[in-house]
Design a protein around this ligand. Structure first.
Ligand code: ADP
Length: 633
C-alpha cells in the first residue's frame, strides 16, 4: 500500500533543526574558546587560592625562621657590654701596657672560644685595637685602626653598634656588635664582638629553605643561595654607593641589584618575584617564581625575607586549569551528545506521530473505501439479482417461445399431417372395403395382398404420429443425435410436401453423432428443409443439397436450395422472431429464430450464406458427441 507523502507532517517548530553548517562552523571554536577561557579561570583561581594558602603557611614559616634569626643575633647582644665588668679590660684601656694587653688577649681568647663568636676585641677611643681574641693569628686585628667602622663610630658615641660587614683585614663577612665601655659615665673604649651568621645559612640550606636577610642598606647579608649574597634588594643611589664604598662595609663588592624578571606586589611585605632560573638547579625552566614574604627583625634594622617557590603551585594550578578545561570539554561533549539524542528522540517522536496520523488517515480512508466498496458490492449484488431475474424471465420467455414455435410448427404442419393421414385413411377405407369383397368372393390372395398394403399404410401413419409426438415433446439439452436419422425423420415429416415435387435431393454427408437432442435436431432440419421447399415452390427443377464437413471440432451441415433466395432487406432480419415473408397463415416467423437458439444451446450455431449461383444455404454447425457418449440413446 502506498502512503501519501503529504501525510507526514513537518517536525514542530521547537524541534526544527538549525542549519547544520552554522552549528558545525561555530560550535567547535566556541567550545575550544570556552575550554581555554575556563581553563585559564581555573588556573587563575587555583593559583590565587594556592598563593593565599602558601602565604598563610609562609607567614608562619616567616615568623618561625625570623625568630630563629633574631635569637641567633640576640644571643650575642649583651656579650660586648659584659666586658665593661671585666677589670682587666678597664685596666688595659687605662694603661695599654703589654702585660695588660696580654692578660686581656688571653681573656678574650677564652671568652671567644666559649661564646663561639668569631672574634672579640677591644678598641681604645681612637679606634685602635688594643686586645683581641685572635691575637695569635697572622691576620690578627691587634694594633689595627678601625675607627672608620660605623659600629665603632656609633659605639664611641654611646649608641649600640650593629653592623654587618666584611672584615677589612681578611675579607671575611661578619656581624659586628659594638658597645661603648663606660667608666664613670665616660666612654673609655669600645668592645666589639664579631659573629659569623653562616650557621643560619647552612641551617636554611639543610632545611631547603630559600631565605635571606637584608640589612638597613638593603644589602643581602645572609642568603640560603650564595648567588644572592651582597646584592641589593632595592636600587642604591650613587651617594649611598659612594658612602658604602668608603666605609668598606662590604669590602669591594660591587653590590649589584638583585633584579627579578618580574615583581608583583600582593600585600604589605608580600610580593611575587620571578628570577632567572638557576641553571644548575632547574634546567628545564627559564624562570622561577617565588612568593616573597618579608618581616623586619626586631632589635635590628634588618629584614628577613622568605622565598617560597611557586613552581609546584603553578604546576598544580596548570593541572587544575587543564582539569577544568577537560571537565568542561567532557560536560560540553555530554551536553552536545544529550542534545543530539534529544533531537533524534524528538524527530523520532514527530515521525512516529506523523506515521500514526498517516496511519489513522489511511485507516479512515480504508474504512470509507470499504464502506463505498460494500455499498457498490450491494449495488452489484442487487444488479446481479436483477440480471438473474431478467435472465430467468428471458429463459422462461425463450422456453415459452420454443414451445410456441413447436406449437406453431405443429399448427403449420397440421394441414399436411391431416392431408398425410387422410390419404392413407381414404386408401384404408377403399382397401378394407375391397378386401371384404375379395374375401366374400374367395379371392384370398388379393385379399391378403390388400391386407398387407393396409398394414404398410398403418405403419406409415404410426410413424407420422410418432414423429409428431416426438417433435412436440420438450426435449433436454443433454442428448445426442444421429445426423442420418434426423435427416430421415425430417424428410419423413415433410414427405407430404416433398412427394408432389420433382425434387432432386443430394445427400452429401456422412453419418455423425452430434451433441444435440435428436428431436431438436429433427426440429431444426424440418424448419430448414421446410423453408427451402417453400422457397423452391416456383422452381421447376427444385434441388436440395445436404452437404457435411468437419470444422474446428464441429460438424457443419449446409442445407442449400436453388429457390428464390433472400432479398437484401430481408437478410437483415432473418433471425428476428416473427419475421416472415410468407403470406397469411403460412408463416409465423419463428422457425429460424428457434433453430438458431436450439443450435446455440448445444454450443453450436446457425448461419446463412447466399451463394452467387442463386438460392440460399443455411449452415448448421453442431459439436460432435464425445466418444464415450457416442452410443445412441
Ligand atoms: P416462416 O417460415 O414462418 O416465415 P422462418 O423463421 O422459418 O419463418 O423464416 C423466416 C423467413 O425467412 C421466411 O419468411 C422467408 O422469407 C425466409 N426464408 C427462410 N428460409 C428461406 C429459404 N431457404 N429461401 C428463401 N427464403 C427463406
Amino acid at each position: 500500500m502506498k502512503c501519501d507523502p503529504t501525510l507526514y507532517r513537518a517536525a514542530p517548530p521547537s524541534l526544527a533543526v538549525k542549519p547544520r553548517l552554522i552549528r558545525h562552523l561555530f560550535l567547535p571554536p566556541l567550545v575550544i574558546l570556552l575550554m581555554i577561557g575556563l581553563g585559564y579561570v581555573g588556573f587563575w583561581i587555583s593559583e590565587h587560592n594556592g598563593i593565599r594558602t602558601l602565604s598563610e603557611n609562609g607567614q608562619r614559616q616567616l615568623e618561625l625562621h625570623a625568630r630563629a634569626v633574631e635569637s641567633e643575633i640576640s644571643k650575642y647582644t649583651y656579650l660586648p657590654s659584659l666586658l665593661e665588668l671585666e677589670s682587666s679590660v678597664s685596666e688595659l684601656l687605662a694603661d695599654p701596657s703589654p702585660e695588660h694587653r696580654q692578660t686581656v688577649n688571653q681573656y678574650l681568647e677564652g671568652l671567644n672560644r666559649r661564646s663561639r663568636s668569631r672574634a672579640i676585641y677591644v678598641m681604645d677611643t681612637t679606634g685602635r685595637v688594643l686586645a683581641t681574641s685572635n691575637w695569635r693569628d697572622v691576620d690578627s686585628y691587634l694594633g689595627e685602626d678601625l675607627s672608620f667602622r660605623a659600629y665603632y663610630q656609633n659605639a664611641v658615641r654611646g649608641q649600640p653598634g650593629r653592623f654587618y660587614g666584611i672584615g677589612s683585614t681578611n675579607g671575611e663577612p661578619g656581624y659586628y656588635l659594638a658597645h661603648g665601655l663606660e667608666e664613670q659615665g665616660k666612654i673609655i673604649g669600645v668592645a666589639v664582638v664579631k659573629v659569623r651568621l653562616e650557621a643560619l645559612e647552612e641551617r636554611w640550606q639543610r632545611a631547603r629553605l630559600e631565605a635571606f636577610v637584608s640589612d638597613e642598606n638593603g644589602i643581602i647579608i645572609l642568603s640560603s643561595d650564595p648567588a644572592r649574597r651582597l646584592k641589593s634588594v632595592r636600587p642604591l643611589s650613587d651617594d649611598t654607593k659612594e658612602r658604602l664604598a668608603r666605609s668598606l662595609q662590604y669590602y669591594w663588592f660591587p653590590l649589584n641589584e638583585l633584579e627579578p624578571l618580574a615583581r608583583e606586589r600582593l600585600a604589605e611585605g608580600v610580593e611575587k618575584l620571578t628570577f632567572p632560573a638557576n641553571t644548575e638547579l632547574v634546567s628545564d625552566e627559564q624562570a622561577i617564581s617565588y612568593l616573597s614574604q618579608t618581616r623586619p627583625l626586631s632589635d635590628t634594622p634588618w629584614n628577613f625575607t622568605l622565598l617560597t617557590p611557586l613552581q609546584d603551585l603553578r604546576r598544580e594550578a596548570i593541572n587544575q586549569g587543564i582539569l577544568v578545561a577537560v571537565a568542561f570539554a567532557l560536560v560540553a561533549f555530554l551536553l552536545i551528545a544529550w542534545n543530539e539524542r534529544r533531537k533524534v528522540i524528538a524527530t523520532r517522536l514527530a515521525a512516529r506521530e506523523a506515521l500514526q496520523e498517516a496511519n489513522s488517515q489511511l485507516e479512515r480512508r480504508i474504512t470509507e473505501r470499504t464502506a463505498d466498496l460494500r455499498a457498490s458490492n450491494e449495488r452489484l449484488k442487487g444488479q446481479i439479482r436483477e440480471r438473474r431475474q431478467a435472465e430467468e424471465t428471458l429463459r422462461r420467455a425463450q422456453d415459452e417461445l420454443v414451445q410456441a414455435g413447436k406449437l406453431a410448427a405443429i399448427g403449420q404442419m397440421s394441414t399436411s399431417i391431416a392431408h398425410e393421414l387422410n390419404q392413407p385413411l381414404a386408401a384404408l377405407r377403399t382397401l378394407s372395403g375391397n378386401t371384404v369383397r375379395f374375401l366374400e368372393r374367395g379371392a384370398l390372395d388379393t385379399a391378403s395382398a390388400n391386407l398387407k398394403t393396409i398394414n404398410e399404410l398403418i405403419d406409415r401413419m404410426g410413424r407420422i404420429t410418432a414423429s409428431l409426438r416426438s417433435f412436440a415433446r420438450r426435449g433436454d439439452d443433454q442428448g445426442q443425435a444421429s445426423l442420418d436419422k434426423a435427416v430421415d425423420a425430417a424428410l419423413q415429416i415433410l414427405n407430404a410436401r416433398i412427394e408432389p415435387l420433382p425434387l432432386q435431393l443430394h445427400r452429401d454427408f456422412i453419418e455423425q453423432t452430434l451433441q444435440i437432442d435428436q428431436t431438436r435436431l429433427e426440429q431444426i432440419l424440418v424448419n430448414l428443409i421446410g423453408n427451402a421447399l417453400d422457397a423452391m415452390q416456383a422452381q421447376p427443377a427444385p434441388q436440395l443439397w445436404l452437404e457435411g464437413e468437419f470444422s474446428d471440432g464441429k460438424y457443419r451441415l449446409r442445407v442449400r436450395d436453388n429457390g428464390h433466395g433472400i432479398d437484401a432487406e430481408a437478410r437483415k432480419h432473418l433471425f428476428e422472431p416473427f419475421f416472415t415473408t410468407k403470406p397469411g397463415e403460412q408463416g409465423l416467423g419463428l422457425g429460424l429464430t428457434l433453430s438458431a437458439s436450439l443450435a446455440a444451446a448445444t454450443g453450436g450455431s446457425l448461419g446463412v450464406e447466399h451463394p452467387a449461383s442463386g438460392g440460399t444455404a443455411f449452415v448448421l454447425s453442431l459439436p460432435l458427441a464425445s466418444p464415450t457418449q457416442a452410443e445412441p440413446i
